[in-house]
Design a protein around this ligand. Structure first.
Ligand SMILES: C[S@@+](CC[C@H](N)C(=O)[O-])C[C@H]1O[C@@H](n2cnc3c(N)ncnc32)[C@H](O)[C@@H]1O
Length: 353
């Protein structure tokens, strides 16, 4: 990457986005995305699978009007706090006050997750912040919840909630695990506040299935669907159920805890991108869904279907296809507590016009 001083302003701003440690996050690929977007002529963009929100935020930094959509509420909360939100900040005084709240050891979160995730004091803090949100509807809800979600992911070993365990017992000494949730919240709230800015555009978020956006007008649609798994699965609810529940205090209709789950996972949601059986038809439908818009699809060399097949599919809906390539190093978690590994792969952006 070029030195800081030579970075385009939009990219320099977007690189500091407080992204979640989200499976498939494109935070490190923002320079590649920026270069590709900058060469295209568009004003209104849809980020149809917004995840951590960093690409929607890059588009905002580039002066575009953005609609960020995702099937996870925690993803939508991030985009609400940092893309749609143009001016609401938590503020230093309020951060201090929230971080110093007496914990509520009787709350739903504490009762439900004691002995599964975090310490009793951490859980009681989450309940106390939620008590405040319930008591005072005037609080800047999205920034507070975005900061809480990011704090919780940082405090969780490997950032996912598939295995129980309080981080204090995972003595790897990493700073993120040493800080308790109050300290994490304090840092993350200040960080979210620093990244809120006014672009003067009307942005939007939407929670739900990508196909509900069918026919929405846009000049460009960025598509970053979950990679169809070769082995394992690509279920986001399974990995991030705790923060998905946290952003509504487990009150959203789909935030139902599975009775059979030791770590209190939420009931699964079906995604057509979850299996090889349903994915080809889903890609075809996706490419047909936004007539007239330029499509930009993220894909990686170890994804499925392979590049040639995807290009052939997109060609049925767009006459002109270009493939941009970028070498990328990414980390991935494996099953059963084995440490995250690193692997070199090639990332693509398939542009269809
Ligand atoms: C690869 S991630 C996107 C990463 C994002 N571009 C970023 O940089 O953080 C895929 C996202 O698709 C969402 N998702 C999965 N199935 C979906 C569906 N059917 N409709 C909408 N979103 C879906 C997941 O919740 C996940 O956040």
């Amino acid at each position: 990457m070029p030195p800081e001083a030579e970075l385009p302003a939009a990219l320099a701003a977007a690189r500091d986005y407080p992204a979640l440690r989200w499976m498939g996050s494109k935070l490190r690929l923002l320079p590649f995305l920026h270069e590709t977007f900058a060469a295209l002529d568009f004003d209104r963009a849809i980020d149809a699978f917004s995840g951590s929100g960093c690409v929607a935020y890059l588009l905002k930094c580039m002066g575009k009007q953005v609609l960020a959509n995702d099937a996870m509420r925690v993803a939508v909360t991030m985009a609400e706090a940092l893309v749609v939100n143009e001016r609401e900040r938590i503020g230093a005084e309020r951060i201090d006050r929230l971080a110093a709240l007496p914990g509520n050891p009787e709350g739903f979160i504490t009762r439900t997750f004691a002995g599964i995730f975090f310490t009793p004091a951490d859980l009681a803090f989450l309940d106390a912040v939620w008590d405040e949100l319930d008591r005072d509807p005037g609080l800047p809800r999205a920034p507070i919840l975005a900061a809480l979600a990011r704090a919780a992911i940082k405090r969780q070993p490997r950032g996912v909630f598939t295995v129980a365990g309080d981080p204090e017992h995972m003595k790897d000494g990493r700073r993120d695990l040493r800080l308790d949730l109050r300290q994490q919240f304090r840092e993350n709230a200040a960080l979210v506040d620093r990244r809120v800015f006014a672009s003067g555009r009307d942005h939007e978020t939407r929670f739900g299935e990508v196909f509900d956006l069918e026919g929405r007008a846009a000049d460009l649609v960025y598509l970053d669907p979950p990679y169809v798994p070769r082995a394992d699965d690509n279920c986001y609810v399974k990995r991030y159920h705790f923060v998905e529940g946290l952003v509504t205090r487990w009150r959203a209709p789909e935030a139902r805890i599975r009775e059979d789950s030791k770590v209190k996972k939420l009931v699964k949601r079906k995604s057509p991108f979850g299996s090889r059986r349903s994915a080809p038809a889903a890609f075809d439908r996706l490419f047909a869904a936004f007539p007239g818009a330029t499509l930009v699809l993220s894909y990686s060399a170890n994804g499925w279907p392979d590049l040639d097949e995807l290009v052939a599919m997109m060609r049925r809906h767009r006459p002109r296809i270009e493939v941009e390539r970028c070498a990328h190093r990414y980390s991935f978690g494996t099953h059963g507590g084995v440490a995250a590994a690193r692997r070199e792969t090639e990332e693509y952006l398939v542009v269809g016009r």
